[in-house]
Design a protein around this ligand. Structure first.
Ligand code: GLV
Ligand code: MN
Ligand code: MN
Length: 406
């Protein structure tokens, strides 16, 4: 089974016909179709598929536990942001299956089990907490809090999992599974254009900037757009607008990044002042002190503008990932393995979050990046060239052969 066959089978799943972007949200129909695709691909390779208590999928070449040496795991995620690209997540999983297919056809016999993981709700697009599957597995999110997370329609994670046939009472830390993993190596499309600038098809990750999401609620008073005098208004849109501009300024001042990418105005009438505005701040910085100062500056500006307009304001952190430094020994080993395979792989930092970043606090983890010519990601325009994807598979196969062959 080739990379192209696997890729093309997955390509139509969850793609919006108007935008060309993907809407693969966890525990929905497209997610179920992605999971079926995963199980079918694994079965064709003779791998055994498991779904763990937290809803993450695993395909195993050789079983972990029972006296086997700890496994080498690769993989990524199949869910998407709203109107995401085809590569963010799936590239890592398709490449994993293709690399295993290649190793099989070369007659390679792993000493350690090799696993392919598809972590659930990596983007947090439905329930708000990014990397939810790996956070649950490592115990970095409380299972009770997770069960009560709600999507935009008010459906809880517990209800969504139950409807998909899983028991939400069982979610939570999975120490035995973590103990069975010697290393996790995630292949991912680069979400920037550094490799393109360096003329390299693949790279190795160094670390991830600390980052998080904050929910901001501005509460005003609904009223008539045609009759309410300006001084009489309590319009939550105005402090929200001030917060957006403050975020841009604070990020520029800090050499960091701050984005309001999701906003809901209630009740959403074109001819009424909003009663409430709910907005999500995504903030990322080179270190945690800078991140904290930047978020405080944005919060202060939003609170002060809300006060000026008679609007209520509350801000709450929904998720956070501390700075991640990938295992230096494993990182250097990957660079050496790739060099031996004739691939020069630059070492790069990134501002994008990944399950590998969550797992890094528990097990040695590393990441391989595949060149993205435009650097565009979280957009239908995200792209990687077929030749670079093939190089990614070659690189991953070399890494798996080395790590699982001893
Ligand atoms: C995931 O892609 C993130 O960086 O938010
Ligand atoms: Mn993403
Ligand atoms: Mn991703």
């Amino acid at each position: 089974m080739t990379f192209t066959e696997l890729w093309e089978r997955l390509l139509p799943v969850g793609r919006d016909e108007h935008t060309g972007g993907y809407r693969r949200y966890s525990w929905t129909e497209p997610d179920a179709a992605c999971r079926s695709w995963f199980a079918a691909a694994a079965a064709e390779l003779g791998l055994v598929t498991d779904c763990d208590r937290n809803g993450n999928l695993w395909a195993w070449w050789g079983r972990p536990g029972g006296g086997a040496p700890p496994a080498i795991v690769t993989g990524s995620h199949l869910d998407s942001v709203p109107d995401g690209g085809a590569f963010d997540g799936p590239l890592g999983i398709v490449s994993a299956f293709a690399a295993i297919g290649q190793l099989r056809s070369e007659g390679f016999r792993p000493v350690r089990p090799i696993g392919v993981a598809a972590f659930t709700e990596e983007e947090g697009a439905r329930f708000g907490v990014a990397c939810l599957g790996s956070r649950l597995m490592t115990g970095t999110v409380d299972p009770g809090v997770a069960r009560d997370l709600r999507d935009g329609d008010g459906v809880t994670l517990a209800e969504a999992m139950l409807a998909a046939g899983l028991d939400p009472a069982l979610i939570g830390p999975d120490e035995p599974l973590l103990a069975d993993i010697a290393a996790y190596v995630e292949l991912h499309i680069e979400q920037g254009s550094a490799l393109a600038g360096l003329g390299a098809a693949v790279g190795v990750a160094d670390g991830i900037w600390p980052h998080g999401r904050w929910r901001c609620d501005f509460t005003g008073r609904a009223d008539h757009a045609g009759t309410t005098r300006l001084p009489d208004r309590r319009d939550p849109m105005l402090p929200f607008a001030a917060a957006v501009l403050a975020a841009r300024q604070a990020a520029a001042d800090a050499g960091a990044l701050a984005t309001f990418g999701k906003v809901i105005a209630e009740p959403g009438a074109a001819n009424a002042i909003s009663s409430g505005v709910h907005a999500w701040l995504d903030a990322r910085a080179p270190d945690e002190v800078v991140l904290e100062q930047m978020v405080s500056a944005i919060e202060g500006a939003a609170r002060s503008a809300a006060g000026d307009h008679g609007v209520g304001f509350e801000m709450r952190r929904e998720s956070f990932t501390p700075v991640v430094s990938f295992d230096p020994g494993l990182r250097d080993q990957l660079v050496r393995i790739l060099a031996a395979a004739g691939l020069v792989a630059p070492v790069l930092p990134t501002g994008a979050g990944h399950d590998a970043g969550v797992l890094a606090a528990w097990i040695p983890t590393a990441m391989l990046f595949v060149r993205n010519p435009s650097g565009v990601s979280h957009s239908p325009a995200e792209h990687a060239e077929p030749d670079d994807c093939a190089t990614g598979v070659t690189a991953l196969a070399a890494v798996l052969a080395e790590l699982a062959g001893q």
